[in-house]
Design a protein around this ligand. Structure first.
Ligand code: GLU
Length: 279
């Protein structure tokens, strides 16, 4: 069993990350597996070295260890470009110059991850790509290239539960996702994440429920690329006193703050309802 914790260094880690990381390592330990750490820093504006350093410090303080070298996605951009090239050669990509305002103006509806792209640029070929265009995956064309869709197994309930993926969900709730972002040219999270799960031979993806709705698309991308599908375990999310999910964007209290207030790793475990560690 190989699992991973894959934070984005876009802010300080908070109790929600501690829960996720400790769950990943606890699951690996329970099953005699290995937990890897991966730094998902393809967002070049928001990812910062200071947050990456904070990740190592916080996780070490929690008593976690991981094999090195750690895979940092910004060191492997050529891998993701080669995935794009393969999808492009199969006629599954198109360039898109639409702004958010264009997309809203075209009557886009909300889906699993923001607005579902209405397909304005779908008629364009990659030959017409201009610097600064986004690159989108043509979901309908991709569905046409595959036979029956794969299912995936969710383990969160303690029993394996098989989930079918519906083409209608992909078309209507995911739409044509961006694989390379407009203007900055950053590789989108899904592509890098799914590539690395396959490359690192991850057998169990343990992560928060916040990504649950996007898992069908990630499994679809695995099938499209001929990669194996791991089993999934989407754990519950840690919420604040008002029941709202902790988020970096709301400046949830940083783990380093608890540390400077002399909390112990077991205090953190107690706060988030995980069994205490004896070491
Ligand atoms: N990098 C993602 C995040 O920090 C997690 C992705 C994943 O675990 O698949 O939210």
């Amino acid at each position: 069993m190989i699992t991973r914790f894959a934070p984005s260094p876009t802010g300080p880690l908070h109790l929600g990350h501690a829960y996720s990381a400790l769950t990943v390592w606890d699951v690996a330990q329970k099953h005699g597996g290995t937990a890897l750490l991966r730094i998902e820093d393809t967002d070049r504006v928001r990812a910062k070295p200071i947050f990456e350093d904070g990740i190592y410090d916080d996780l070490r303080w929690l008593g976690l260890e991981w094999p090195t070298p750690v895979r940092r996605q910004s060191d492997h951009l050529a891998d993701y470009e080669s995935v794009l090239a393969r999808l492009g050669a199969r006629g599954l990509l198109y360039p898109c110059s639409c702004s958010r305002r264009d997309i809203m103006g075209a009557g886009a509806k909300p889906g699993a991850e923001g607005l579902v792209y209405p397909g304005t640029c779908r008629i364009r070929s990659m030959d017409s790509a201009k610097p600064g265009d986004a690159i989108r995956l043509n979901i309908t064309a991709a569905l046409d290239q595959l036979g029956p869709l794969r299912s995936f197994v969710e383990l969160a309930s303690g029993q394996p539960v098989e989930h079918q993926i519906s083409p209608a969900f992909l078309r209507d709730s995911i739409g044509d996702p961006v694989l390379k972002r407009k203007d900055c040219g950053d590789i989108a999270y899904h592509l890098a994440c799914v590539h690395d799960d396959a490359h690192q031979k991850i057998t169990h993806v343990v992560r928060g429920m916040d990504i649950w709705a996007l898992t069908p698309f990630q499994v679809f991308l695995q099938q499209l690329m001929g990669w194996k599908t791991p089993q999934y375990w989407h754990h519950a999310l840690i919420t604040d006193a008002d029941g709202k999910r902790l988020a970096k964007i709301d400046r949830a209290k940083a783990l380093s703050k608890y540390r400077s207030e002399r909390a112990s790793p077991n205090d953190i475990r107690a706060m988030i309802g995980l069994p205490l560690s004896s070491c």
